[in-house]
Write a protein that binds this ligand. Structure first.
Ligand code: XMP
Length: 520
C-alpha cells in the first residue's frame, strides 16, 4: 500500500482519487500522525508527500519522520513535499520574491531536459503532442539548490526545478500539482511513479469495500449506529456499507415528510427493509410537515420549517433507540472541501440547503462518515459493488425539502398529488426514450396559476406545470437538456391526458445561472 502524508493541501484527496483510478490502494494520514513508529508499522511500498500551506523555512514546519529517508521506498514530493524533500536531504529552499524560480501561481508550461522513466510518455501525450506540457503551479517558496544526488528532469519558464529526481534512490519531486485537473496529463506522472514503485494496479472498489468495513468495525465496536436514510444515493450507500460492517447494530430512520415523489417512500423502505434486511424505522410524519407548511408560500420559510422539523423528528426517533452512540452520514469529499474552503466566506445565501448534514450540531453523537474520501461517481461504483440495484444507484439527485421546492407558492395536498403524477409521467417518458442517464436531473414543478383550456367540448380551468431537465457536472452550473420537439409534445400530451388537474405544460429553458435548478 501507498502512504500519502498530508501536509494540509486543499487537493490532497485528489492524489488519492487519481491513485484509485490507477487501481492502487493508498491511505492518507495527516503529518502529525506519521511518526517513526507509524512508518515502521505501516510499511509503505511507496510514499507521497503532499503540498501544504506551510513554509519549510519556518521553525517547526511540518516534516516527515527522519526514518523515512533511511527506508528503501520510492518517494514522490509534490509542491511543499518537494521543498520538504530538498530541505531534509541537504538542498536549499528560499522564500518567494520576484524573478525566475520564485513564487508562481497558475498555469505554466514545462519542457523536458532529461529523459527518464518518471517522465516517460508524458510529453508525447501533451495537448499539442509537442515537447511542452501544461501544469498547475501554486507555490510561494522555491527550491534554490538541489540536494546531493538529485538532477533536473524538466523545467518551466519560472521553475528551473519543475521536476527533479534521484533516480537511483527512486526519489522524485515536482514543483507543480500533477493531481489537479489543470495539469491535464498529470496522471501519467503518477502512473509512472506507482509503476516504478512496483504496484501492479490490481486494486479495485471491492478492495475499498473490505477496507472500509474493517475501519467501520474498528471505530464502532459494539455500539449502535443510527442513520438518517433519505433514499438518496449517498445515505443509501453509507447505510449499506455500515450494515455490512456491523449488521443490526445499525438502525436507519427514514423520515417521510409527505414531500416525496410517487411511490418513493414505499420503494425506499421496501428495498432496505425487505430486500437488504436493514432495520428501518419509517417515520410517517406527513401530517406534521404538511400541517406546519399550511399557508406558507415564502421559499426560505418553507425550507426552514422542513429543516427544523426534520431535526425534531429524527431526534425523537433517535432518543428511542437505546445505546445509540454513532450517527452515520453519507458525507462525500466534495462536501468536505466546500465546507472547509467556503465556510464563513463572503458568499451570499441563495438557498439554505437542507440535508442530513445539519444533524450533529444538536445531537450528542460521534460521526461515522465512510464515504468522506469518495467522489460521487465512486460512491455509485461502491453502491453497485454492495449489491444496490443499478437503477437505484444511478438515480438523479433529489433535494432534502423534496417536492416543497417544486411547488412554488402555497403547498396543498391537491397540488402535491397532481405534481406526483405529472412528475412520474415525465420521468417515465425520459426512461422510455433512453435519456435518463444523459440527464443530471429532471422533474416537474407545478405552477401556482390556473389557466383556461379546452378539452373535448368543455372549458377547463386547471394548473399549469413546467418540466425541467438539466445537464450538469456538480449542480453548481447547469445547461438545459435539448429535447427534440417531438419528445416535448408527446410528453405534454401524455401529461395532459393522464394527469387530472393539469391542462397546460411548459418546458423551462433557463440555464443556471441565472436560474437555479430547483424553482425555489
Ligand atoms: P439549485 O436549485 O440550488 O440546486 O440550483 C442545485 C442542486 O442541489 C439540489 N438541492 C438540494 N439538495 N438539500 C439538498 O440535499 C437542499 O435543500 C437542496 N436544494 C437544492 C438540487 O436538487 C440540485 O441538484
Amino acid at each position: 500500500r501507498l502512504l500519502i502524508v498530508d501536509f494540509g493541501s486543499q487537493v490532497t484527496q485528489l492524489i488519492a482519487r487519481r491513485l484509485r483510478e490507477l487501481n492502487v490502494y493508498c491511505e492518507i494520514h495527516p503529518f502529525q500522525n506519521v511518526t517513526d513508529a507509524f512508518l515502521r508499522e505501516f510499511a509503505p511500498r511507496a510514499v507521497i508527500l503532499s503540498g501544504g500551506p506551510a513554509s519549510v523555512l519556518d521553525e517547526g514546519s511540518p516534516r516527515p519522520p527522519a526514518s523515512l529517508w533511511e527506508m528503501d521506498v520510492p518517494v514522490l514530493g509534490i509542491c511543499y513535499g518537494q521543498q520538504v524533500m530538498m530541505a531534509d536531504l541537504g538542498g536549499e529552499v528560499r522564500r518567494g520574491g520576484t524573478g525566475a524560480g520564485t513564487a508562481e501561481f497558475g498555469r505554466a508550461f514545462v519542457t523536458e531536459t532529461q529523459p527518464s522513466d518518471f517522465l516517460r510518455g508524458w510529453f508525447a501525450t501533451g495537448p499539442e503532442g509537442g515537447p511542452r506540457e501544461e501544469v498547475w503551479m501554486s507555490h510561494g517558496d522555491h527550491v534554490e539548490r538541489l540536494a546531493p544526488g538529485f538532477e533536473v528532469l524538466a523545467v518551466s519558464a519560472g521553475a528551473p526545478f519543475a521536476v527533479v529526481a534521484d533516480e537511483g534512490r527512486r526519489r522524485f519531486a515536482v514543483q507543480f500539482h500533477p493531481e489537479v485537473h489543470h495539469t491535464p496529463n498529470g496522471r501519467t506522472l503518477l502512473e509512472n511513479f506507482v509503476r516504478l514503485a512496483g504496484f501492479a494496479g490490481d486494486w479495485t472498489m471491492a478492495g475499498y469495500r473490505e477496507q472500509a468495513v474493517e475501519a467501520i468495525r474498528a471505530q464502532v465496536g459494539e455500539a449502535k449506529v443510527i442513520c438518517a436514510l433519505s433514499g438518496g444515493v449517498d445515505s443509501s450507500v453509507a447505510a449499506a456499507l455500515i450494515h455490512e460492517a456491523v449488521g443490526d447494530q445499525l438502525v436507519c430512520v427514514f423520515v417521510d415528510h409527505g414531500l416525496l415523489r410517487k411511490d418513493e417512500g414505499a420503494e425506499v423502505v421496501g428495498m432496505f427493509r425487505d430486500h437488504m434486511n436493514l432495520q428501518v424505522i419509517h417515520a410517517e410524519e406527513q401530517e406534521r410537515f404538511l400541517g406546519a407548511l399550511e399557508g406558507v408560500s415564502d421559499p426560505e420559510t418553507k425550507r426552514k420549517i422542513i429543516g427544523g422539523l426534520f431535526i425534531d423528528v429524527f431526534q425523537e426517533q433517535a432518543d428511542r433507540i437505546e445505546g445509540a452512540r454513532f450517527l452515520a452520514q453519507g458525507t462525500l469529499y466534495p462536501d468536505v472541501i466546500e465546507s472547509v474552503s467556503f465556510s464563513g466566506g463572503p458568499s451570499v445565501t441563495i438557498k439554505s440547503h437542507h440535508n442530513v448534514g445539519g444533524l450533529p450540531e444538536t445531537m450528542n453523537l460521534e460521526l461515522v462518515e465512510p464515504l468522506r474520501e469518495l467522489f460521487k461517481d465512486e460512491v455509485r461504483a461502491l453502491g453497485r459493488e454492495l449489491g444496490l440495484p443499478a437503477h437505484f444507484v444511478g438515480r438523479h439527485p433529489f433535494p432534502g425539502p423534496g417536492l416543497a421546492i417544486r411547488c412554488p407558492g402555497e403547498i396543498t395536498r391537491e397540488k402535491l398529488a397532481i405534481l406526483r403524477e405529472a412528475d412520474a409521467v415525465f420521468i417515465d417518458q425520459i426512461r422510455r426514450h433512453g435519456l435518463y442517464d444523459e440527464i443530471w436531473q429532471a422533474f416537474v414543478a407545478i405552477l401556482p396559476v390556473r389557466t383556461v383550456g379546452v378539452m373535448g367540448d368543455g372549458r377547463t380551468y386547471d394548473y399549469a406545470c413546467a418540466m425541467r431537465a438539466v445537464r450538469s457536472v456538480d449542480g453548481m452550473t447547469a445547461d438545459v437538456f435539448p429535447f427534440d420537439h417531438d419528445f416535448l409534445s408527446e410528453t405534454a400530451n401524455r401529461i395532459i391526458n393522464e394527469v387530472r388537474g393539469i391542462n397546460r405544460v411548459t418546458y423551462d429553458v433557463t440555464s443556471k445561472p441565472p436560474g437555479t435548478i430547483e424553482w425555489e
